[in-house]
Design a protein around this ligand. Structure first.
Ligand code: GLA
Length: 336
């Protein structure tokens, strides 16, 4: 009997490069998904409708980072991460398909990991599933990502963004006002593998060595950091956490002008202090912030390319992908 594991991508409204210091983020799962249609078997074998090749490995998986083709490493990484936690593994034979743009900064890899975890029979709470999938990303790509993408893909809620405290892993749904449209505009396809993402993580570690946890730090202590680059990185994280708090308040009171203003400040901070934007992303943010009906625009996700997110009135003329907040991952058995 075939089953379907389905997991959404995500877009982050505000709060980037804060998750790996236990800070605040406000993403939403989107109505774009990765699906694995599968039958139970002893080993894992899967083909992808989007990429060539077939991935095959036995359970437990021996060397996840060496699995071929490369997209199969996300699945093998999940199997390895489940084994590390002594979780029971179920094999499957399946076909993977996705309409999450690949490498667009919309968490296509997290969607694959979460769908794979369900196909591998994971039986755990939301935060544990997300932690296993985060570990899988580390194993598959060596990118030391935070937990935002995987947790959003698991915990998404229709019509809501998720305020996530990445230290406690508390998830608070925040309703997105009906009159607001969320658009994603893809600027360039890229992967964080080989990017400066690990350097940013290391710079935050250096800042914390000097002033303690950034999630608890204030601007005054961030500004006392000796090294100017590390100081700028810390300043971004501290101010971004504050912006997430204010953005949630603005969204809750439908103060779209303030929400948009905070998105602009977030983009400027990611550009100037965190250096994760690109010239093309800056130009697109500048362009869309002039379009009538647009409240706010910023780069979203890890950066170094990828997407910008636009918050606008329902009838604003945006050329991009309109997304809606969606429920998190699911496992279903279709009626035959
Ligand atoms: C990538 C990572 C996340 C997060 C964002 C930046 O998407 O996977 O953990 O760090 O970048 O906010």
């Amino acid at each position: 009997m075939s089953q379907v594991a389905r997991a959404p991508g995500r877009v982050n409204l505000i709060g980037d490069h804060t998750d790996y210091t236990g800070g605040l983020v406000l993403p939403m799962a989107i109505d774009r998904h990765t699906t694995i249609v599968f039958e139970r078997s002893n080993d894992v074998s899967a083909i992808s409708s989007n990429f060539g090749g077939e991935v095959r490995f036995g359970l437990p998986v021996a060397d996840a980072p060496a699995v071929q083709p490369a997209w199969g490493r996300y699945i093998a990484g999940v199997a390895a991460a489940m084994s590390e936690r002594h979780m029971a593994l179920c094999g499957f034979t399946g076909t993977i398909a996705t309409d999450v743009p690949i490498g667009g900064g919309l968490s296509s890899s997290a969607a694959l990991e979460v769908a794979a975890a369900l196909a591998l029979g994971i039986d755990a709470d939301v935060a544990t599933i997300a932690a296993v999938c985060r570990r899988a990303e580390h194993l598959a790509t060596n990118v030391p990502c935070g937990i935002m993408d995987q947790l959003t893909s698991v915990a998404g809620m229709k019509d809501h963004a998720l305020l996530i405290d990445c230290h406690s892993l508390d998830v608070t749904p925040i309703r997105i006002p009906e009159s607001l449209a969320v658009w994603v505009v893809e600027i360039s396809s890229r992967t964080l593998d080989g990017s400066e993402y690990p350097t940013r993580v290391a710079q935050c570690v250096a800042a914390e060595r000097e002033i303690g946890p950034l999630r608890l730090a204030d601007l005054q202590s961030a500004n006392q950091i000796a090294d100017p680059v590390v100081r700028a990185r810390a300043r971004h994280v501290v101010t971004e956490n504050e912006r997430v708090r204010h953005f949630v308040a603005a969204l809750t009171t439908s103060d779209f002008r303030e929400a948009g203003h905070l998105m602009g400040e977030s983009h400027a901070s990611l550009r100037n202090d965190f250096a994760t934007s690109t010239t093309a992303m800056d130009a697109a943010v500048e362009h869309y912030s002039q379009v009538p009906g647009v409240h706010g625009v910023r780069m979203t996700g890890g950066g170094f390319g990828g997407c910008i997110v636009v918050l606008a009135d329902d009838d604003a003329a945006i050329v991009g992908m309109r997304v809606h907040a969606a429920d998190g991952a699911s496992l279903t058995t279709p009626l035959s």
